[in-house]
Ligand binder design. Sequence first.
Ligand code: G3P
Ligand code: CA
Length: 268
Amino acid sequence: PTSDARAGENGPPTVIAHRGASAYAPENTLASVDKAAELGFSWVENDVQRTKDGVLIVLHDDGLERTTDVEQVFPGRAPWKVKDFTAAEIARLDAGSWFSPAYVGTRVPTLTEYMRRLEHNHEKLLLEIKNPELYPGLEQQTLKLLANVGWLDDRHLGRLIVQSFSADSVRTVHELKPAVTTAYLGRPAVSDLPRFADFVDLVNPSYDSLSLGYVSAAHAIDGPHGRPLGLFAWTVNDAATARRVAGYGVDGIISNKPDVVRAALASD
Ligand code: G3P
Ligand code: CA
């Protein structure tokens, strides 16, 4: 089974809400996935890291200071790395007030809480294994959690893609659970694409590294599930870029403003 994100092959790209609808609600929180659902988007992207006591949480940076009030709550604990805080400590932090007073009291979700909310909202997930070099075994642990919440059952595999900037990490996920759809975050040289196609279904490059020729070259190669390699471009937040990148034939567009991308593509 492969992800249904590319069911629209030769159709409009799937639009994925980056860190949730992160232009409108604090990134990587339950509020951001609720906002994506409210705007009518089923696919969301997130970032997974691990606490000192081994709990998987959803957060982008390896430090807590940009998106929480950790400096006020734990002033003596610089440099405020996720891996140096327990889940109970992180649960005390406010992850919404930096974004807007309207979101005071928003928390950093554990991955389990986050998956429950996706389930409730009938959403789909592009999950990023973040900084795997900091967290040995992060791939195994993430897959175990996904299995526990039922997301590795055959009937749910279409709702899930696992990606990383680390090719080793993506290969590990593919080897542990070959049925899971995987993506490499980056733009391998065209000559390297066949090697990547042994273990990734998609290559997800920054939009500014793309061209029509590159997308065509990737589409000409089959991934591990016998379908052409897909491409999701990130992170596209304006209409003109969305139209240009869609014109290259990408399969997905990852955006902080998914509504802007949708409107741009609808007016084609
Ligand atoms: O999903 C693509 C994008 O999230 C990769 O960059 O830094 O936002 O995780 P970053
Ligand atoms: Ca990410």
